[in-house]
Write a protein that binds this ligand. Structure first.
Ligand code: UDP
Length: 402
């Protein structure tokens, strides 16, 4: 994909946002920012940094992005920390903590040079805070997950490092933690011109559906795109679908990663297959990790998009669907409650029965779906697209330097 510039976003974001970005950027001309995370490829943070970093640079800042290098022991440890931050029971050993700290020591040269602002993305690079005195600027920790259910063993290991920063940033105000630093809130964003979200041509649309074996015509489609994870409640969605289908003809598509390398994902997929029981109206699609255009086209094919999560950090799949003007039925949890405003930008549902009733309403009344979808797209355009995210970053950087 070609490197996009600020002007390319003018049509989607509006010229006022782009102008504001340029003005905020002017105040930060030459201000040096170092983003640090732990992977160049894969995952939402890397995806957003690939598009955010060049735009921040274009706005006038001096932007660098460094990646912490670690061995398999380190990544096993940080995977456990990640699970623990999400509230899953984990066993944290002394060896894990040592591997974490040793990796920070090995990477200390990343922060040897002075920067006006060092941004630590997620928890993996937080150990670098031990070397903070070597660089004179401010430090910011950006927590990209919902830490409300973090287990103590993990939280109390990481919290002193987060406290060694000047500022922490969480996606939502309700994710605030008791840290002795300034806290700000900034939701994530989707890249509206990426393969996952850009407009698609008719040819692309039909050819992708053909490859996926999805009928472009026929009964209405209910879709959920999500990793096969119990917290996304795919089984509950199948139950809701079966209730809806008692009244009307429709289909369900559940699309997610193949779950080959995720033992828990594979077990959830087994449960999903059991619940689906070879129902010809239910399609389970195992997608490769780079299936961006496929996800885009599936979301466009859907008549209703569901996100029946039991818990959700932010819920970018809902953002993506709303961006495509689709009516979304979602549980009002985490970021979904901020995106899917009941009866305004979508419909809320807490239980299987409520989900079925809301989906049924939308299938019975496509005009309602169109109205909610249009409002949903505008809500995303104003709040959750990349240029808005960049503007929020620049406002925040100006603020912490004032
Ligand atoms: N996604 C994907 N392939 C899949 C399932 C999900 O590329 O098989 C993408 C999805 O389009 C979204 C992101 O992964 O951009 C998931 O983000 P979300 O916040 O919805 O949930 P998470 O997986 O982070 O809990």
């Amino acid at each position: 994909m070609p490197v996009l510039e600020l002007k390319d976003y003018e049509n989607v974001a509006g010229s006022a946002v782009i102008k504001e970005i340029r003005e905020l950027g002017e105040k930060l001309e030459g201000y040096s920012v170092l983003h640090i995370n732990s992977t160049k490829l894969g995952g939402g943070v890397a995806e957003i940094l690939h598009t955010l970093a060049p735009l921040m640079q274009e706005a006038g800042l001096l932007v660098r992005w460094s990646v912490l290098e670690g061995n398999p022991d380190f990544f096993n440890a940080t995977k456990q920390f990640h699970n623990g931050l999400h509230g899953q029971p984990v066993k944290i050993t002394g060896d894990m903590m040592e591997s974490y700290l040793a990796t920070a020591r090995k990477n200390r040269q990343l922060v040897a040079e002075e920067n006006d602002l060092v941004i630590i993305h997620d928890q993996q690079p937080l150990g670098l805070t031990a070397f903070r005195s070597e660089s004179g600027g401010r430090w910011l920790w950006y927590c990209h997950i919902d830490p409300r259910y973090a287990v103590p063993a993990v939280w109390y290991f990481l919290a002193p490092m987060a406290s060694a920063c000047d500022v922490s940033v969480f996606h939502l105000p309700e994710y605030a933690r008791n840290l002795p630093v300034l806290q700000y809130f900034m939701p994530p964003a989707i890249a509206p011109l990426s393969d996952k979200n850009r407009d698609v041509s008719q040819e692309e649309y039909y050819s992708v559906l053909k490859k996926l074996g999805i009928d472009p015509e026929g009964p209405p489609v209910i879709l959920q795109v999500s990793r096969f994870d119990r917290l996304k409640d795919p089984v509950g969605l199948i139950q809701a679908f079966k209730l809806v289908r008692k009244n009307r003809e429709c289909r369900l598509i559940l699309a997610g990663g193949s779950a080959d390398d995720d033992p828990e994902g594979a077990a959830v997929l087994d449960d999903v297959r059991l619940e689906a029981d070879n129902d010809p109206d239910i399609t389970i699609l195992a997608l490769p990790p780079d299936a961006n255009l496929a996800i885009n086209v599936l979301q466009r094919r859907a008549d209703v998009v569901a996100q029946k999560s039991l818990r959700e950090g932010f819920g970018l799949t809902a953002t993506e669907a709303l961006w495509k003007g689709k009516p979304v039925v979602a549980t009002p949890t985490g970021g979904l409650a901020h995106q899917v405003l009941d009866e305004k930008t979508g419909l809320s549902a807490k239980t299987v029965e409520e989900t079925a009733a809301q989906v049924d309403r939308l299938l019975a009344d496509p005009e309602l779906g169109r109205r909610l979808g249009a409002k949903g797209r505008e809500h995303v355009r104003l709040n959750y697209i990349l240029p808005v995210y960049l503007r929020n970053w620049l406002k925040l950087i100006n603020l912490i330097n004032s």
